[in-house]
Write a protein that binds this ligand. Structure first.
Ligand code: ATP
Ligand code: MG
Length: 571
């Protein structure tokens, strides 16, 4: 491809609305243009990379015996009503105005419909079907370029199995294929495990890339062997030790003392003997959650523990219920304070199990209660993991301190089980002639995310640094000083030779562009190797090759150039 006639609209300025590097660079390098918020046109360079990513995906999917098909993007809304996902997706789902159709955000329903109507016996399973296709999601904040689009390309696959062992196998095949795909794309990633009980499934894993552009917060061990969303992450933290003797309760005056640090300093006690009280609503029930010392309450964990939506209680409401302010609330005698306070549920973090001689609020402003023995003095409705882990805490698998990082989801594998088959009545006859629901799995990879994440991980001040696997072109041929006839002719000849040898080359043959500008563009576009044809080197029979990543330059005799380039391409 020639830059003189190709469509590679590079721009110098960073667009104002692009905040993350991949978004900025994809616009500057002439890879994408936005048509509307979250809706992008993929220009030739971008689409070349996407095709490479899709080819890698196809190879690895085919290798596990998956069959490629292509499902319609429009589907009848009734399918989505059957599974309750019109409501579950809410505003994310794009509806069609003049027909009862939706633009599919994913394809479980369509696959399940296909299976229901066309797979009827255990003999026809297992099946793994996949497609690479456009998905539509009305994302509320599409502001990270193609990382979160309203229209994007997904490889989605689905497994159909007659047995749970079969599902495990289909799932494991995908897990292995995904590792290969992301590795071949040159991405550094880690795998986050999560149980997906609420989704009706039996297990799921997310393939994540560490990036400040991400919206997920993840705890990762030093060697990536443990990774979990902070909403579920745990760490090895010592519990509050139970002291041999539980001392008698004692109320102490603590004027204007509110925070845990203030209480510890004022009463000269260790944080490990302090029970912090945090009050939230779980649905319509007020909940007092007890945490050890300065441990932070994790909202998602509280929600899981209570099985309801949660929100912090309003200070006025707390005062009205208990007669005390936030800094003075505690578990002892709380339910007896007022008739309204009888409704309180009291739960505690696992670190407090069995603890005694604790200090907490006395449910009276400016007073604290010392020597609380949770078993002796209160009725705790349950112990749960309620705390947010902190960076530096020991990983639960003992592999050293945890880091807390932001991440972007590259892919997701999910054991759906019979959720969809049950909802849609997709059944098969098992070997005993008995009707059973089809057991499904679903597995997704975002194609644009691969490209954007690759750029997030591989760029510098000057521009993109493509890995060979995804580079739009392996080589960027630059004719320096096209006023020289010798240079122009030599560059043309090299371009022709490279083409004949099927080497992928982008040729900067522009006559009206200065060498400095060409070099800047080459670094911005980021092909792995720049082949520079200039007058001085040519006079010595040589051509310069610059490796984009290392900046290393080599000078190769003209007659050896093609062979040299071939070796670079194959290495
Ligand atoms: P996220 O939490 O980032 O919104 P998700 O959980 O909604 O992702 P899935 O429904 O599991 O994503 O979709 C499978 C894959 O599709 C994701 O792993 C991601 O790579 C890609 N993907 C999802 N939403 C988008 C989007 N809006 N734009 C681009 N790619 C997306
Ligand atoms: Mg999403």
């Amino acid at each position: 491809m020639r830059l003189s006639s190709g469509f590679v609209p590079t721009v110098k300025e960073t667009p104002a609305d692009a905040v993350i590097p991949s978004h900025q660079l994809m616009i500057r390098a002439g890879m994408i243009r936005a048509l509307a918020a979250g809706i992008y046109t993929y220009l030739p360079l971008c689409y070349r990379s996407m095709k490479k990513a899709m080819e890698i995906i196809r190879e690895e999917m085919d290798a596990i015996g998956a069959q490629e098909l292509h499902l319609p993007a429009l589907s009848p809304i009734e399918l989505w009503e059957e599974t309750g996902r019109v409501k579950a997706f809410g505003d994310i789902l794009f509806h069609v105005k003049n027909r009862p159709l939706v633009l599919a955000p994913t394809h479980e329903e369509v696959i399940c419909w296909l299976a229901k109507n066309h797979v009827s016996s255990y003999k026809e399973m297992p099946q793994i079907w996949y497609q690479i296709q456009t998905k539509f999601r009305n994302e509320p904040r599409p502001r990270s370029g193609v990382l979160r689009g309203r229209q994007f390309t997904m490889k989605d696959s689905y497994s159909l199995d007659a047995t749970w062992e079969g599902l495990d196998k289909s799932y494991d095949l995908h897990a292995a294929a995904y590792k290969k795909i992301f590795s071949r794309c040159g991405l550094k990633f880690f795998v986050v495990g999560a149980s997906s009980g609420a989704m009706g499934g039996t297990g799921s894993q997310e393939f994540m890339m560490e990036s400040n552009a991400g919206e997920d917060v993840i705890a990762v061990s030093a060697d990536n062997s443990y990774a979990a969303n902070v909403e579920v992450a745990t760490s090895r933290m010592a519990p509050a030790l139970r002291e041999a003797v539980s001392a008698p309760l004692k109320e102490v005056h603590t004027p204007d003392i509110k925070t845990i640090d203030q209480v510890a300093a004022f009463l000269k006690i260790d944080h490990a003997r302090l029970a912090k009280s945090v009050v939230w609503w779980a649905g319509e029930t007020p909940v007092l959650a007890l945490l050890l010392g300065n441990d932070e309450l994790n909202e998602a964990k509280l929600m899981t523990a209570m099985g309801a939506e949660v929100r912090p209680i309003e200070p006025e409401k707390l005062l009205q219920l208990t007669g005390a302010d936030g800094g003075s609330i505690g578990p002892v005698g709380l339910r007896e304070r007022t008739p309204a306070s009888a409704a309180f549920k009291i739960i505690a973090d696992n670190r407090l199990k069995g603890a005694n001689n604790l200090t907490s609020g006395a449910n009276r402003n400016d007073y604290h209660l010392m020597n609380i023995d949770l078993e002796r003095d209160c009725r705790i409705d349950g112990y749960f993991d309620l705390r947010t882990i902190q960076p530096g805490e020991e990983s639960p698998n003992g592999t050293g301190p945890l880091r807390v990082v932001k991440g972007v989801e590259l892919g997701h594998i999910f054991k759906l089980g019979t959720k969809y088959a049950d909802a849609m009545g997709a059944k098969f006859l098992d070997e005993h002639g008995k009707e059973q629901p089809i057991i499904m799995g679903s597995y997704g990879i975002g194609v644009e995310r691969i490209i954007a994440c690759h750029i997030e991980q591989n760029h510098d001040e000057q521009g993109i640094i493509w890995d060979k696997a995804l580079a739009p072109f392996m080589f960027h041929l630059i004719a320096v000083g096209t006023k020289s006839k010798a240079v122009a002719e030599a560059a043309e000849a090299i371009y022709a030779q490279m083409g004949a040898a099927r080497l992928e080359v982008l040729f900067d043959d522009r006559g009206d562009v200065s060498p400095g500008f060409k070099f800047k563009d080459a670094d911005l576009l980021g092909m792995p190797y720049q082949v520079i044809v200039g007058e001085k080197n040519l006079a010595q029979g040589k051509v310069e090759i610059k490796e984009r990543r290392s900046g290393e330059r080599t000078f190769v005799p003209k007659e050896e150039l093609l062979e040299h380039l071939r070796q670079l391409a194959e290495a």
